[in-house]
Design a protein around this ligand. Structure first.
Ligand SMILES: Nc1ncnc2c1ncn2[C@@H]1O[C@H](COP(=O)(O)OP(=O)(O)OP(=O)(O)O)[C@@H](O)[C@H]1O
Ligand SMILES: [Mg+2]
Length: 221
């Protein structure tokens, strides 16, 4: 399964979600390929240190993405692609190959409105491929007491994209994690809330992956 973390807006939490998702899937017992599709290779360093079990691949051109993703998909259980900040052509290539798109979005009405433009390439891919990739919006860097306003619900509804119940709260520990060469659940008790939040979010988005782990664990006993 190819999961693409994509939003053509920069700095919305794509790399943070992609690295944590790759680490989480590895902990569920899956083989994971991580594709760094950003020219700045911002996630490569982090993933190499924090998630060494992931196979790291850099796909820096649209041709690389289109040509190599199918084979990578065969080699491991999950391919996680960290999308580029602003390169629409690379994002298009990813969405033409992906099975699921996770779309992080900062939780302000301006950002949600901007999603219409930021997800245009996603809608084109869905249109061409008969609804694939499936997509879900994940609110990112939200305040602890954040409540979704009616304006934001309406703006999201217009896009016809589901919004995950789980979200990523603005927490210093997420910003610290790359510098510590870690994902949040490796950072001890101060990161406990963040670890639980990430776990809940990924279980919601990928219930099958979490369920498989339960079955596997039960079998071991
Ligand atoms: N939930 C969060 N709480 C606090 N800081 C966060 C959170 N998510 C991301 N950050 C920080 O915000 C910045 C941008 O996040 P990130 O790099 O994940 O976004 P991105 O969408 O991958 O950016 P780019 O488009 O530049 O690749 C980083 O410094 C990151 O550590
Ligand atoms: Mg990034």
């Amino acid at each position: 399964m190819i999961i693409v973390v994509a939003n053509s807006k920069g700095g919305v939490g794509k790399t943070t979600i992609a690295v944590h998702l790759a680490a989480w899937l590895i902990e569920q017992g899956y083989r994971v390929t991580f594709c760094d599709c950003d020219a700045q290779e911002s996630s490569s360093h982090w993933i190499r240190e924090a998630v060494p079990a992931a196979k790291l691949v850099r796909l820096s051109t649209t041709n690389d993405i289109l040509n190599e993703l199918p084979q990578l998909d065969k080699e491991t259980d999950f391919v996680i692609a960290d999308g580029p900040g602003s390169d629409a052509e690379r994002a298009r290539a990813l969405l033409l190959r992906g099975d699921l798109a996770i779309v992080p979005c900062k939780a302000s009405i301006l950002e949600v409105r901007a999603l219409a433009a930021a997800t245009e390439v996603l809608r084109q891919a869905q249109n061409i491929r008969g609804g694939i990739p499936k997509a879900v919006i994940v609110l990112s860097m939200i305040g602890k007491n954040f409540r979704l306003t009616k304006d934001m619900k309406d703006a999201a509804a217009v896009l016809n994209l589901p919004l995950a119940n789980g979200a990523m709260i603005l927490r210093q520990v997420y910003a610290d994690a790359p510098g510590q060469a870690a994902v949040v659940w490796q950072l001890g008790s101060r990161a406990g809330d963040a670890a639980a939040e990430v776990e809940n979010l990924f279980r919601e988005i990928l219930p099958e992956a979490a369920r498989t782990r339960l079955v596997r664990t039960n079998k071991k006993r």
